[in-house]
Design a protein around this ligand. Structure first.
Ligand code: SF4
Length: 447
């Protein structure tokens, strides 16, 4: 039993006793019983009553808020097909009018653009996600990006990322994005294996995927990154290694490697439940990650976060890093989520609701919540994401955690037994669990 008593940075603490051994781990694929999901948190969000939402929003609009880094998320809720693994599909593009959506999105962008909230702090990164942003036309993409450039206080080095799929992402759209100021493209690849791609609802072949990356990189005007997924049905260690070899030979600036997440209500979950396919074991998932990490390390890629690597100086991965460090982010578009100061929010997912509320000149909230995650927790999360946690930053007496540090060192999650927890490859696989374990420990000692 260890007693933990004091925390740094002016936070008040209480002495408390609890058993650190509940956070002890084993070595390897089973260090923790299961991987903590990316968006999990040890801090509750408390919904604001519906009748108070507009007032709280008006108060926020009139304030400049704390001077933390500021980002913008923009959601484009249309997809050409519904991928088997995905829980984010909202609307089929062919059944919807993207011009109508663009008009309403522009209305939302213009609604409070002159407020103190929006104009008081530079924006460091904008991310267009979805859905599929490239489901919009070239003209629509250009119109939205240009509005940000012309009316929002963008930092001179603002990262502007457009997420896209190969399907329907033609030269006209690439050029429209570049002309308007986009400087980063994130392409959803998942795997280059044609058979697996098609079984997941991705219809471009391996050759088409390779040609597309070469084409978009050839503009040499923006960072080009893609993602690869491991644990896909039909994937083997051989096909994974082939994917890793392909990316090494492509002119990419960065890459994400992430494990498949079997989300409820997806075709993938259905197929696993009906035993048409078999879910990957934790050991397989762990091995894919370690092999991927080693392959990129061997050829000099730099690991920027637990799931992201850069090969060139053009790639910064700013949006994703800052969001995990607790940056504020404005959000626009049906289904978008944002965070401002101690509040987080979701915007209406139904297009009808989104349009109707905008017609009333109001922000189309689905919910607004008090976000109870304290700033030290964001800092801890940010450090865990970059693979190095400085315990003295959080605890006046980090030695109180020595038994846990010793255990994690023996489990090969960290490289030594100092108070600066430098994660090993295995530790980075379990990075989210390490953050959550420390978050739970620190949470118990802050008054
Ligand atoms: S993975 Fe992307 S393109 Fe596929 S359904 Fe999900 S959001 Fe749409």
């Amino acid at each position: 039993m260890s007693t933990i008593a004091t925390l740094c940075n002016g936070n008040k603490t209480r002495g408390s006793s609890f058993d650190l051994s509940s956070f002890y781990t084993e070595q390897g694929a089973y260090a923790f019983s299961k991987k903590t999901p990316v968006n999990s948190t040890a801090h509750q969000n408390i919904p604001i009553a519906k009748e108070k939402v507009d007032n709280v929003w008006q108060t926020l609009l009139s304030q400049s808020l704390n001077p933390v880094k500021r980002l913008i998320y923009t959601h484009i809720p249309f997809c050409a097909t519904h991928c088997a693994f995905c829980g984010f599909f909202q609307n089929a593009v062919k059944k919807n009018d993207t011009q109508k959506y663009t008009d309403y999105l522009m209305k939302e962008l213009a609604q409070n653009v002159d407020s103190t909230l929006v104009q008081s702090t530079p924006i460091h990164a904008i991310y267009f996600g979805g859905g599929t942003p490239t489901a919009l036309s070239a003209k629509q993409l250009k119109q939205i990006i240009s509005f940000y450039k012309n009316h929002f206080p963008l930092a001179p080095d603002c990262e502007i990322t457009i997420e896209g799929r190969i399907l329907n992402f033609d030269e006209e759209k690439i050029e429209a994005c570049l002309e308007a100021g986009a400087n980063r493209f994130s392409i959803g690849i998942q795997t280059f294996d044609t058979k697996i791609r098609r079984s997941m609802g991705r219809y471009a072949s391996k050759e088409q995927a390779i040609t597309f990356i070469e084409k978009i990189a050839h503009y040499n005007s923006a960072a080009v990154v893609c993602d690869l997924m491991f644990g896909l049905p039909g994937q083997t260690m051989d096909s994974w290694q082939t994917d890793l070899e392909i990316v090494q030979n492509l002119p990419l600036d960065g890459i994400d490697l992430y494990a498949i997440n079997i989300l409820p209500n997806t075709k993938l979950a259905e197929n696993i439940a009906s035993q048409k396919i078999v879910a990957p074991t934790p050991e397989e998932i762990y091995n894919y990650y370690i092999v991927g990490q080693q392959a990129l390390y061997n050829v000099g890629w730099v690991q920027l976060s637990n799931n992201h690597w850069a090969r060139t100086t053009r790639e910064r991965n700013l949006y994703n890093l800052l969001i995990k460090q607790g940056a504020d982010f404005l959000a626009y578009g049906s289904g978008a989520g944002g965070r401002l100061d101690n509040y987080s929010f979701m915007l209406a997912r139904s297009l009808e609701h989104y349009y109707a509320v905008l017609d009333e000149q109001r922000k189309p909230f689905m919910m607004l919540m008090h976000n109870q995650q304290p700033s030290w927790s964001h800092q801890l999360q940010g450090q865990a994401e970059t693979g190095l946690i400085h315990l003295p930053h959080f605890l006046e007496q980090p030695s109180l955690l020595q038994p846990l540090i010793n255990n994690w060192y023996q489990s090969k999650l960290i490289t030594d037994d100092s108070f600066h927890l430098r994660m090993t490859p295995s530790g980075r696989f379990w990075g989210r669990n390490i953050y959550m374990a420390l978050d739970n420990i620190l949470k118990q000692i802050i008054v």
